[in-house]
Design a protein around this ligand. Structure first.
Ligand code: ADP
Length: 450
């Protein structure tokens, strides 16, 4: 059993701040491993120690395994928290961290390999008897074979990069006329974006909801779930608004999906926080993938359950966390999260960069803000344009929606454009209010926001 005194953070922005706050509460020091571009950021000002690991481009800093490990060692840390994105789901990184004598705050490299790899994960899921979207994950990657398989599955078919993530590397094939061209371009893009041309096919579900379960494996390997989140409000396959719990699950579905989520995580010998994602259509659920890390939308789960997933991750990595049945509760009330993007909502969401002016997040009960920048900081074009998350909690879903609209109307972000006006429209839309939205909600009603 280890006991950490200093933790390195291989990340930036709001999640780096989130991890620093958890460490501060636990009496732990932090070392922020940052790029040259992030010297004006909240995490930089909050960390106990900061170490510059390289220039702004991610390949030379946040994605550079050696630079991160060298930085953590030089900073005197015993463990590295990878946050989400960047190296968080990179099994080679997890392994290199252990080899350097440090602890990776996350699952083992083997778990990341078996569950985090979309194709391996499906094989494991098949063995566990979990329902999968009909598809093809074969080794034969010739265009002719992929077309044959697509016809067998039946259009529309989605082609995905095996090593892809973050909503990227996916193409929708609506009919056979476009198949060859789309498959070839998917393979090319997979190679250039993810370093491997391998793709797989899935039947495209055109009226599905995105429902996911937060799983957590403790230090003894006991995996339980912390209920579900719904993340159907998406743009370009990326989530914008998430909530806990889903307004769409019956008790029976919730129980069965929760059991399925724990079953696959247990098979993958999962430790720490992970997310099992499903698509739900016509009352049937299908495993989509497993994310072997903390999720952007983890706060909504924390709000309805009164837990701190980041602290639990750290304790688990120390070997000090065991689920206490007496503390496990049912979800209370409802929580919603909105992702605030620095972008111009009236120009198709083009990123908006520049110096931040006045920023105000209105205070009040059941309101939580996770942000990485303050007044006087600069938003650059090097990284993801998500600059903050607004999270609310209230007794019911309708009250949480009301609260979120009020909070967004009262929030002030000067200096860059944000998607706040769009978020307010989405939250007021009848389909969202009714909870009946599918993953095509934005493309159907807010096409100009795409
Ligand atoms: P990533 O790892 O890039 O996030 P996912 O496989 O998790 O990719 O899918 C992201 C989103 O893309 C899903 O939430 C869903 O909206 C859409 N999607 C993925 N696969 C399918 C499918 N087979 N049918 C319909 N939508 C899909």
């Amino acid at each position: 059993m280890a006991k950490f005194s200093r933790i390195a953070i291989a990340n930036r922005g709001e999640v780096a701040v989130r991890i620093i706050k958890a460490c501060e509460e636990m009496g732990l020091e932090t070392v922020l491993l940052h790029s040259e571009a992030d010297i004006n950021s909240r995490a930089f000002r909050m960390a106990t120690k900061t170490i510059c690991i390289g220039p702004a481009p991610t390949a030379e800093s946040y994605l550079n395994i050696k630079a991160n490990i060298d930085g953590a060692l030089a900073g005197g840390a015993q463990a590295i928290h990878p946050g989400f994105g960047f190296l968080s789901e990179n099994a080679d990184f997890a392994e290199a961290v252990q080899k350097a004598g440090l602890t990776f705050i996350g699952p083992s490299a083997e778990s990341i390999r078996s569950l985090g790899d979309k194709v391996h994960c499906k094989e494991l899921a098949k063995r566990a008897g979990l329902p999968l979207v009909p598809g093809y994950q074969g080794e034969n990657q010739t265009v002719a074979e992929l077309i044959k398989q697509a016809e067998k599955i039946g259009y529309p078919v989605i082609v995905k990069a095996a090593a892809g993530g973050g909503g990227r590397g996916m193409k929708l094939i609506r009919d056979s006329a476009d198949a060859a061209e789309l498959i070839e371009s998917a393979q090319r893009e997979a190679q250039s974006a993810f370093g491997s041309p391998k793709v797989f096919l899935e039947k495209y579900l055109d009226r599905a909801k995105h429902i996911e379960f937060q799983v957590f494996g403790d230090s003894t390997g006991n995996v339980i779930h912390f209920f579900d989140r719904e993340c159907s409000v998406q743009r370009r396959h990326q989530k914008i608004i998430e909530e806990a719990t889903s307004p769409s699950l019956t008790d029976d579905l919730r129980r069965r999906m929760g059991e399925a989520a724990c079953a696959i995580a247990t098979l993958g010998k999962y430790k720490g926080a992970g997310t099992v994602e499903f698509l739900l259509q016509d009352g049937e659920f299908y495993l989509l993938e497993v994310n072997t890390r903390l999720q952007v939308e983890h706060p909504v789960t924390e709000e309805v359950l009164g837990v701190d997933l980041v602290k639990m991750q750290i304790l688990t990595a120390e070997g000090n966390f065991v689920h206490d049945p007496k503390l496990i509760r049912s979800p209370r009330g409802h929580s919603i999260e909105c992702r605030i993007y620095a972008e111009n909502p009236y120009m198709g969401g083009v990123p908006s960069t520049g110096l931040l002016g006045r920023i105000e997040w209105p205070e009040g009960p059941g309101r939580r803000y996770e942000y990485g920048f303050s007044e006087g900081d600069t938003i650059t074009s090097f990284y993801d344009p998500m600059i903050a998350k607004v999270i609310v909690w209230d007794e019911s879903r309708s009250r949480a929606i009301q609260k979120m609209i009020r909070v967004l109307k009262d929030s002030i972000v000067f200096g860059v454009h944000t998607n706040i006006p769009y978020l307010i429209e989405i939250l007021s839309h009848k389909e969202f209010v009714n909870g009946t939205m599918t993953t095509r909600f934005i493309e159907t009603y807010f096409a100009d926001a795409l």
